[in-house]
Design a protein. Structure first.
Length: 235
């Protein structure tokens, strides 16, 4: 097994009822997706890759069809990275690049969104800072919007990943934004002041998940910007 698309697995499980697309959704503990293999395992023809628990046969069939593209099988094993416990047992520190982005600290519900933010960062245009940032925005209706920072030689024209993703969501008709994930390697990528103001305007109730690949921090928008700017119209 060369690769498993965690985002697709997570979204499939959510579609079955094992996760929340909105804060009001009820999780059904009897449904979900159980992986029978992990990346690096040897697989044989006809070997089950997942167990699908669904409320109906049609829901299970739809999930199976959706998961077909989530697995990449090849003749050569992928390059493996040491697990956290293996690194501790070795008795020495290793570069942070050896750690899978936030997988040991993110919850199962958060990980697909974090993975999407890392994928978005690959499209960043950051020739001046070399600091690629990705952002993934999830709406109450389940839609996902991605953004990356786009820099400019005239630095003031640079647009951060958060604003790119938020503007994309709003211009596609999204209004109820419930989760925002921001990912970048290096310093923990907390949103800048401008992005915090835009979050407060466009996603005031969103939960913001921030990762640098070594850990995850979570904030409400109100905690990021407790006294946002508002327009007061004279009476």
């Amino acid at each position: 097994m060369r690769r498993i698309n965690a985002l697709e697995v997570g979204l499939t499980a959510m579609s079955l009822g094992a996760g929340r697309a909105t804060q009001d959704d009820v999780i059904d503990p009897a449904v979900g997706v159980v992986l029978a293999v992990k990346v690096g395992d040897r697989v044989e023809v006809g070997q089950p890759l997942v167990e699908i628990h669904a409320r109906s046969a049609s829901a299970a069939d739809a999930a199976a069809l959706r998961l077909e593209a989530a697995f990449e099988i090849g003749p050569e094993p992928p390059g493996t990275r040491p697990l956290i416990l293996d690194r501790i047992a070795a008795g020495g520190e290793q570069p942070s690049a050896a750690v899978e982005p936030a997988r040991t600290l993110a919850s199962g519900e958060e990980q697909p969104l974090i993975d999407a933010a890392w994928r978005a960062a690959e499209a960043a245009h950051a020739p001046y800072s070399n600091y690629a940032v990705g952002c993934a925005v999830r709406c109450a209706d389940g839609r996902l919007f991605l953004g990356a920072n786009v820099e400019n030689a005239s630095y003031g024209l640079t647009c951060c990943a958060e604003r790119v993703a938020l503007f994309k969501a709003v211009t596609e008709g999204a209004r109820d934004i419930v989760h925002v994930a921001v990912a970048a390697r290096g310093a923990m990528p907390f949103p800048c002041g401008a992005c915090r103001q835009v979050l407060a305007e466009l996603a005031p109730r969103a939960r913001v998940i921030i990762t640098d690949g070594r850990g995850v921090e979570r904030r409400t928008v109100a905690a990021l910007l407790p006294a946002r700017f508002v327009v007061h119209t004279p009476s």
